[in-house]
Ligand binder design. Structure first.
Ligand code: ADP
Length: 604
């Protein structure tokens, strides 16, 4: 869709400028211009012109002792007055006319052009130039002088290049939900006839980068209606009341352009719960109040649909969420395997890709990635292909770019000592072996000991075969055992431990704690929630909701759980000691091995 320029300034603005300019011009500039056009001559010239009868009008000013006169062609002259008894006689003979009026202009057309048209043109030009400069300086954002209280919403109008539902891959449920809105905007009469009213507001909720903005644009693109886009933070101004006035302006513009879509991104910036504290954030609250009022204010079925996006729905004010305002909530979740594959394909269409790329495998490797991350992975792959002077993107480019997104770039000049390299080999093979020797573990895809910019000295990549929605207690325990496998291998082989396991420790602890506090997987606590999750879509922080005594018991249980799995991992490695040595030596020499190579040695 094309962004269109914001509405022009009202005409009265230009009229004011012109009026001021004219005043200025007539008062100051005009006399100066006349002065400039007047030739000063000596008295002799005046007399000889009189004798030649080349005088038309004469004006005598005794106040400043000057005679102003014109010749037959209309040129203006000025001369100093001297004592001359015969002056009147002489002028009379010459046929001059004494009008008594001040001599100003000869050509009425020229006079009109000079006094009215020229100044208008000059000052309108200056005004235009200056307002353009100011707008540019403001950069479309809110500036302090211009556009105060104006919404400054970006307006997009329909165009053939607009985003359509087909461009948004996966997210079928969300699309289905929004398709109704498109239908309504196409044919509101059908809805009115039966008395059904469309929701005024629709809230898109989900983690960042899942395509909420894209979906909103796609609704406008499909419905072919104007699309106003504004971010919640753009309403918040330094001055109290400005945000509210921006809301008013936005809705005014939207109503003029109805049917249309208004999209407010990151609505939590203005829609946060009002906490009732005196002296709170007045500006934000006023803006929110105005938004609530505006949403109540417009009658149903007037063709303005408000879409808003947020990744913190729990922080929104309940008044905003009640029916009649944002009464429909459309979840836009992280894509599943099928969705990821579709998103990869949509983005791969924009670049040149080899025919044999296995999108399903890449989608499986990128489990948990959002749409934006997948778009990034495809682009990283394309960049890598260019770097390596290839004409198109291959499977390995895409696989490598997933690793770049997960672990960062390869550190080319990080030099590990031989001992360190050996420890890292054993550590990684420890993970892989424990994973492979347990049931219900995802197969090992790749093991590498090439250091990465994220600080990882190596890693083992496991890739699930399909979608995984549920995890059993055993699977979670196995996962903890796999995390502890690296450290267990170091202990068995080298008899000492290193700092390399810090990330494993963190992950194992997080999982073990969640099992006990959130998933009810510890019989002592039965089905009691000991932790509540906040910010579901933004990392999912959890806060404990239990007594101090219980917290102590939870800590003990976590330690016990991890220890049991650690012992189990060590046991598995001891039983497979020969394989551990063999694969670690192999990895030490190759630095990167595939899952197949690993399984081949393991099963030989
Ligand atoms: P959000 O508003 O949810 O944070 P955006 O809509 O801004 O996310 O998405 C960011 C980018 O991610 C988009 O420009 C697009 O390239 C990509 N993207 C996200 N979801 C999808 C999807 N479902 N299909 C295709 N591309 C997507």
């Amino acid at each position: 869709m094309n962004e269109v320029k914001k509405p022009k300034k009202p005409l009265i603005y230009y009229y004011c400028i012109v009026a001021v300019c004219l005043l200025f011009f007539n008062a100051l500039a005009m006399p100066w211009l006349l002065e400039y056009r007047t030739r000063t001559v000596d008295y002799n010239t005046f007399i000889s012109m009189t004798d030649e009868k080349n005088i038309d009008q004469v004006s005598i000013s005794s106040q400043d002792n000057t005679i102003t006169f014109t010749d037959k062609e209309g040129n203006i002259y000025k001369t100093a007055m001297v004592e001359d008894q015969e002056l009147t006689q002489r002028l009379y003979k010459a046929g001059a006319s004494f009008s008594g009026k001040e001599i100003r202009q000869t050509s009425p057309l020229l006079s009109f052009l000079l006094t009215w048209v020229l100044p208008v043109l000059i000052f309108v030009g200056i005004g235009q130039y200056m307002s353009k400069k100011m707008m540019e300086k403001a950069g479309g954002k809110n500036s302090m002088m211009f556009g105060m209280g104006k919404s400054n919403a970006k307006v997009y109008v329909k165009s053939s290049k607009g985003i359509k539902f087909d461009d948004v891959a996966g997210e079928d449920e969300a699309k289905e939900n929004l398709a109704e809105i498109v239908e309504y905007l196409h044919d509101p009469k059908r809805y009115k006839e039966i008395g059904a009213s469309m929701p005024k507001g629709i809230l898109l909720v989900g983690p960042p980068g899942t395509g909420k903005t894209m979906l909103a644009k796609a609704v406008a693109g499909e419905a072919e209606v104007p699309f106003f886009s504004m971010s919640g933070s753009e309403f918040v101004e330094m001055f109290v009341g400005m945000g509210a006035s921006k809301v008013r302006d936005l809705f005014k513009q939207a109503k003029e352009k109805a049917p249309c879509i208004v999209f407010i991104d990151e609505i939590d910036a203005i829609g946060k719960k009002r906490d009732g504290q005196i002296g709170g954030n007045d500006e934000r609250e006023q803006t929110l109040n105005q938004l609530l009022t505006e949403m109540d204010g417009f009658e149903e079925n007037n063709g303005v649909i408000i879409l808003a996006a947020t990744n913190r729905p729990e922080s929104l004010d309940p008044a905003l969420l009640r029916p009649g305002r944002f009464d429909r909530r459309v979840p836009v979740e992280l894509p599943d395997l099928k969705g990821r594959e579709a998103i990869l394909k949509v983005h791969a269409k924009k670049i040149k890709v080899a025919d044999n790329v296995d999108y399903n495998k890449i989608a499986r490797m990128a489990s948990g990635a959002s749409g934006a991350e997948l778009a990034n992975i495809v682009n990283e792959g394309a960049l890598r292909a260019v770097r390596e002077h290839r004409a198109f993107v291959t499977q390995s480019d895409l696989e490598e770019s997933i690793e770049v997104v997960i672990a960062g770039y390869q550190k080319k000049n990080a030099i590990l000592t031989d001992k360190e390299k050996l420890i890292v080999s054993y550590h990684e093979v420890g993970h892989a072996l424990v994973a492979a020797r347990q049931t219900n573990s995802a197969p090992v895809q790749k093991i590498t000991i090439v250091p990465r910019t994220s600080g990882a000295l190596g890693y083992t990549m496991q890739v699930d075969e399909g979608n995984h929605y549920l995890m059993s207690k055993e699977e979670m325990e196995n996962k903890i055992a796999t995390y502890t496998g690296g450290r267990a291998a170091e202990e068995i082989v080298f008899g000492s431990v290193t700092t390399g396991a810090s990330n494993d420790i963190e992950q194992a602890t997080k999982l073990a704690r969640a099992m006990i506090t959130r998933y009810g997987m510890c019989s002592d606590f039965d089905m009691v929630a000991l932790e509540v999750q906040t910010n579901q879509y933004l990392g999912g922080d959890a806060s404990l909701a239990c007594s101090a005594e219980t917290q102590k018991i939870i800590d003990e249980k976590v330690v016990e759980l991890v220890r049991r799995q650690h012992e189990k991992a060590a046991q598995i490695l001891l039983e497979n000691r020969e394989k551990l040595d063999e694969i670690s030596q192999y990895l030490y020499q190759r630095e990167t091995i595939t899952g197949e190579e690993f399984m081949k040695i393991l099963n030989s």
